[in-house]
Design a protein around this ligand. Structure first.
Ligand code: EPU
Length: 430
C-alpha cells in the first residue's frame, strides 16, 4: 500500500537484444490465492511455502486474519495457517472491494461454518466478472443465497450436499470453489466442463495429500467425495511456480534477450505460448524440466501470427498483453482474439501512443500491424497484466518511459524491478 504512488522509470534498449543473465520465477499468485482460503477446511495447522510476497497475497492474508484465521509468516514466502472453531463470517467490505479472489472464501467458509456474507467483490477492470456461477453451484448443493443491503448472504442448514454441476463457462474460480465445497459435503459432487488450469491440479494434489477424495483434477470432469475436515499432519506444501511470470519473462527474453535463462519454472505450464513462439520468433529457445533459455545470436525477426485466448491448456488470456507487445515487432499483420474478457484490450491506447499500429475491430478482436518501433512514454497501468505489457514495451522502446500506478504491478509481481535490473534492464522505482 505504501508504494501505491510510486512509478517505474525505464530506459529502453531501442529494439536491441542485449539482456543477459538468469531471472527466477516466484510462486504462483493464483495458486496461492486459492490455497490460503482452502486452509479453512483443515482441523490443524497448515504450512505453505513458495508463496509470493505481493500485494494480492497481503490482501488475502488481511481478509483471512480479519475473519479470525491465524496466519504467521515463518520466513520469506512461508506461512503457517491455523483456523479456529469459530470465524467471523462477515467478510471485510474494504478488502473484498479490492480483490476478486475474496470470492474464494465463500465456499470453504460456508461449507465449514454454515454462513458467509460479503459485498460484490472488486478486482481488475478487465470485464464484468459476475459471480452467478458460484451462486448457482452452491445453490445446487443446498445453499441459500440472498442479497440484502448490498451484501450477498450465503447460508445452509446442516451440510452442503453432493451434486452434479455442469459449468456453462469453464471458470477457474468456480471449479476451485465447488471442489472445495465438495470436500465437506454429504455424498459425491461431480463438476462437468471443469477448468483444467495447473492451479486446480496443484490445489487438488495438496488436498488429496491431506485426506480429500478428489479424482480427475486437470480433466473436464472432477469428482469429489465428501468427508471430514482435512489434516495437514505437519506437512509443508510447496506452491507451484507462476506460469504467467514464466510466460512474460520468456516473451521478454525473445524480445530483448541476448541470452536469458528463466529459472525455477515449469515450462510444461506454458506449452501453448512456447508453440506460438516456435512459429513466430527467430530466437533459439531451449527447455529443461525447470528452466527455459532464450538466445538471440542475430537480430530478432518475428513472423506475424493469429492467436486466440482460451482456457488452459490453450493460450492464457493473462499472457495476451505481453504477446501483443511482441507482435508489434512482427513483420506483418496478427489478429488477436480475446475470448475470456471483454475489456482486456484496455492497454492498447498507450501502446499506440508509443508507436504501435493496432486496429480495434470490437471489444474482443484487434489487429496488430508490424513492424513498428516504439518510443518511450509516460503511462498509467490499468491492471496487473497490462502493467507488465507496458514494462516490456518500455524495455523495447527507444528513450525513457515512466509507468505510474505501480501498485497494480506489485499486486502480482514480487520485486519486479530488482529481477529485471539483474538481467540488465535499466529500471528504477521512483
Ligand atoms: N464467469 C462468469 N460467472 C461466474 C464466474 C466467472 O460468467 O460466476 C466468467 C468470467 O466473467 C470470465 C470467465 O467466466 O469471462 C472466466 O473467468 P474465470 O472464473 O475462469 O476467472 P477467475 O477464476 O475469476 C482466474 C485468474 C485470472 C485469470 C482467469 C482466467 C485467479 C485469482 N484469477 O480468474 O487471473 O485471468 O482465471 O484464466 O485465479 C490475473 O492473474 O491477472 C487474473 C485476472
Amino acid at each position: 500500500m505504501g508504494q501505491m504512488n510510486t512509478a517505474l522509470k525505464i530506459e529502453g534498449v531501442d529494439g536491441k537484444q542485449v539482456l543477459s543473465g538468469t531471472i527466477p520465477v516466484y510462486g504462483s499468485k493464483n495458486a496461492a490465492l486459492i490455497m490460503l482460503p482452502a486452509c479453512i477446511l483443515f482441523s490443524d495447522e497448515v504450512v505453505l511455502s513458495n508463496i509470493p510476497e505481493i500485494e494480492d497475497i497481503n490482501r488475502m492474508i488481511e481478509l483471512l486474519a480479519g475473519s479470525g484465521v491465524s496466519i504467521k509468516r515463518k520466513k520469506r514466502g512461508t506461512y503457517s495457517v491455523s483456523v479456529k472453531d469459530k470465524l467471523n463470517v462477515n467478510l471485510d467490505d474494504k478488502i473484498v472491494g479490492r480483490i476478486r479472489a475474496s470470492v474464494f472464501l465463500i465456499a470453504p467458509t460456508l461449507a465449514r461454518y454454515g454462513r458467509v456474507t460479503l459485498p460484490y467483490p472488486g478486482g481488475d477492470n478487465i470485464g464484468t466478472r459476475p459471480i452467478d456461477l458460484f451462486i448457482e453451484g452452491l445453490e445446487k448443493m443446498g445453499a441459500r443465497c440472498i442479497k440484502k443491503n448490498n451484501r450477498y448472504e450465503f447460508s445452509i442448514d446442516g451440510k452442503l450436499h453432493g451434486t452434479e454441476f455442469f459449468l456453462r463457462i469453464q471458470s477457474v474460480g468456480v471449479t476451485q470453489s465447488i471442489l472445495l465445497a465438495g470436500i465437506l459435503a454429504e455424498g459425491t459432487t461431480v463438476i462437468k466442463n471443469a477448468a483444467m488450469e495447473p492451479e486446480i491440479v496443484s490445489l487438488a494434489k495438496f488436498l488429496i495429500e491431506c485426506g480429500a477424495n478428489i479424482k480427475g483434477a486437470g480433466t473436464p470432469e472432477v469428482t469429489i467425495v465428501g468427508g471430514p475436515l482435512l489434516k495437514a499432519s505437519k506437512r509443508t506444501f510447496v506452491n507451484i511456480p507462476d506460469r504467467l511470470e514464466t510466460g512474460t519473462f520468456t516473451i521478454l527474453g525473445a524480445l530483448s534477450g541476448k541470452k536469458v535463462k528463466i529459472s525455477n519454472c515449469n515450462p510444461a505450464h506454458i506449452q501453448s505460448l512456447l508453440s506460438v513462439l516456435e512459429k513466430s520468433v527467430s530466437s533459439e529457445i531451449s527447455v529443461s524440466k525447470n528452466s527455459i533459455t532464450i538466445k538471440n545470436t542475430k537480430p530478432l525477426s518475428v513472423l506475424p501470427i493469429d492467436v486466440r485466448t482460451h482456457e488452459y491448456p490453450g493460450f492464457a488470456t493473462d499472457l495476451q498483453p505481453p504477446l501483443v507487445v511482441l507482435l508489434t515487432q512482427a513483420l506483418g499483420k496478427s489478429l488477436i482474439f480475446e475470448t475470456i474478457y471483454e475489456e482486456r484490450f484496455n492497454y492498447i491506447g498507450n501502446l499506440i501512443h508509443m508507436g504501435a499500429k493496432i486496429i480495434t475491430y470490437d471489444p474482443h478482436r484487434i489487429r496488430v500491424h508490424g513492424k513498428t518501433s516504439l518510443s518511450g512514454a509516460t503511462c498509467t497501468s490499468p491492471d496487473i497484466r497490462a502493467g507488465l505489457a507496458y514494462i516490456l514495451a518500455a524495455i523495447v522502446a527507444k528513450g525513457t518511459s515512466v509507468i505510474h500506478n505501480v501498485y497494480v504491478i506489485d499486486r502480482g509481481y514480487e520485486k519486479i524491478e530488482e529481477r529485471l535490473f539483474h538481467i540488465g534492464v535499466n529500471i528504477k522505482r521512483k
